[in-house]
Design a binder for this molecule. Structure first.
Ligand code: NAD
Length: 248
């Protein structure tokens, strides 16, 4: 029996990187996969094709995760076509790295709005569906930077620390409805997000990782699979680091 048979999963910002890998692993484990991203393009189309080729139902919604109005539109469309969501992965995220002295109010607000307010939007709207179902698993993509901080990432680390507090509060609020809420804190994962960094910074981080390799999106997707499935039926309010030991 596949781990996510008969489940419907929704993943935000999944056209590339970690979200894409989660979408594919969920589909391989039998889930119908619905995903969003800021716009429709060749990445979203190719993921849609790959998911359908795996024999599951799949759908894509172009929506800005930081907009509550657009989140409600996505929810309406999903309610009409699929009727339920069993697993929600709040994955969409951005960086606008710079030292505090140079950080503009716009850099701050953009990162908080997309990384943190998006988690509020999707959790608020889709937990209603889960409450009616009396089951659900919510997985929020935090970061080890939300636990430990990082110079040059005050906006990003604040958004990820916020996600951790939110995750724990929701676990307490919704546990009695059999809805679980957990966070994943990835370390240094090879995606477009980390490819923006300089070679020097990348070399530094790689050297600091006890497992001596950067993470792959698939490494994070396997943790998401655990949290999405009944393997983690008694796990809620937790932050699972997926970082090769980097945060130790
Ligand atoms: P990525 O940049 O490859 O993918 C992010 C996705 O989010 C993109 O597809 C992008 O189009 C989408 N997105 C951006 N703005 C959006 C919006 N307004 N609405 C909807 N979608 C939007 O990044 P990734 O490395 O795959 O990161 C995924 C998540 O993992 C993020 O939350 C990130 O903060 C977190 N994370 C990544 C790392 C890492 O090392 N890569 C480490 C820790 C945490």
């Amino acid at each position: 029996m596949k781990l996510l048979a008969n489940k419907i999963a929704l993943i935000t910002g999944a056209s590339q990187g970690i979200g894409r890998s989660i979408a594919l692993q969920f589909a391989e484990q039998g889930a119908d996969v619905l995903f969003t991203d800021i716009r429709a393009d060749e990445r979203s189309q190719s993921l849609l094709d790959e998911l359908k080729a795996l024999g599951v139902r799949a759908a894509f919604y172009a929506a800005d995760a930081s907009s509550l109005e657009q989140t409600e539109e996505v929810s309406k469309a999903i309610a009409e076509e699929f009727g339920r969501v069993d697993v929600l992965v709040n994955n969409a995220g951005i960086t606008r790295d710079t030292l505090l002295m140079r950080m503009s109010a716009e850099d701050w607000e953009k990162v908080i709005r997309l990384n943190l307010t998006s988690v509020f939007n999707y959790t608020k709207v889709f937990s209603l569906m889960m409450m009616r179902q009396r089951s659900g698993s919510i997985i929020n993509m935090a970061s080890i930077v939300g636990l430990n901080g990082n110079a040059g990432q005050a906006n990003y680390s604040a958004s990820k620390a916020g996600i951790i507090g939110f995750t724990k509060s929701i676990a307490k609020e919704l546990g009695s409805r059999n809805i679980r809420s957990n966070a994943i804190a990835p370390g240094f994962i090879e995606t477009a997000m980390t490819r923006q960094l300089s070679d020097e910074v990348i070399a530094h981080w790689k050297q600091e990782i006890p497992l001596r390799r950067p993470g792959l999106p698939e490494d994070v997707a396997r943790v998401a699979l655990f949290l999405a499935s009944d393997l983690s039926a008694y796990v809620t309010g937790q932050v699972l680091c997926c970082d090769g030991g980097l945060s130790l």
